[in-house]
Write a protein that binds this ligand. Sequence first.
Ligand code: GLV
Ligand code: MN
Ligand code: MN
Length: 412
Amino acid sequence: MKLKIDAARLTSEIDTLAAFSDAEAPAVTRIVFSPTDMKARSWLKGRCVESGLAVREDAIGNTFLRWVGSDAAAPAVGTGSHIDAIPNAGKYDGVVGVLGGLEAIRALQHSGFRPRHSMELVVFTAEEPTRFGIGCLGSRMLSGALPPDAARKLRDNEGAALDEVRQKAGIPGELESVRLSRDYYKAFVELHIEQGPLLERQCLPLGIVSSIAAPASLRMAVEGSGGHAGAVLMSERQDALCAAAELVLAVENAAHATKAADTVATVGVCDVFPGAVNSIPSRVRVSLDIRDTDLERRNAVVDEIEEAGRRIAAKRRVSIASEVVNADAPANCSKLVIEALSQACDTHNLKHISMVSRAYHDSLFMSHIAPTGMVFIPCRNGYSHRPDEYASPEDIARGTLVLAETLATLAG
Ligand code: GLV
Ligand code: MN
Ligand code: MN
């Protein structure tokens, strides 16, 4: 089988997709179910249909693009990722796995390969938590980790219910129909940029993921007492932002205190009410992201942060409420997929290492229903979730080649 990846076409498609953005280039912002996201999806589906793939969309907007195999009833081999992008993001996160997946299928078609198992490219809805506060919305529902009733309770940042938002975006159907059975996929493999610096530092083209770290996310609300910034004396204040500032540092301390490099914690959202320079903040809402490769240690950090919230609330005479949005377990990648990936690297004389994914991915949830694996390519300086995120066409093409070879082994 002679596989030829068209790196120029892939680069140009990545650039085209990046232009569907609500931020000025080079930044990309593509929030799920926004008009821009819907236009990007429609362009992408067009590219897939041109390549003879059959389109199916589920009720949460996950999009399945199928190359039907000779044994159409056999479980499919899946690949894919996401195209939603956080505010002020770059153009490679998720996109490399989607457009690389499409290019891998085209390369296989072109080579004359005919799969026995169908191959399915999946574009997952809302891997990013930006709009509904929870990451991997599409894969979480598809795997059954987020039941429809819990999904119906989700609201976006403007308070609109998920059901209302998706239906307005033109995505009908019952959320009950989203879940896939354990025999739907024979295997699932996701290509992604590393989002960290290790491959680049070691001058290595590929990383095969052994496990995905466990993410958790919390929302905390600090309620104090507002008032006039000139008139209320310092001794009488219950400033919600000052309490939140202590909380933010407590989050950082909780992660440092484990002394493990694998523990990370971030406060990425801080809303101050009423947000006027001459008004004491009466209410602050923060969103937190806590991750670790070790589940127990991650849970202990979450507990410590909540305990710190209680201490700070008592000390500053404010109230601090905490809500766990998600607290997921880590995932181990499957031996079947790891071996197929490493064999594919060997076939093409490409060096690779085994590595942990510190970022989460839809594969975290795909691993609940299918043997799952991931392959990483380097990205410049390890930058991701920022506009200067960059992966070279050569690295993307190498990752796509290995993906194609792996899909062929799995679907053969
Ligand atoms: C995915 O974008 C993550 O935050 O790991
Ligand atoms: Mn991301
Ligand atoms: Mn991603």
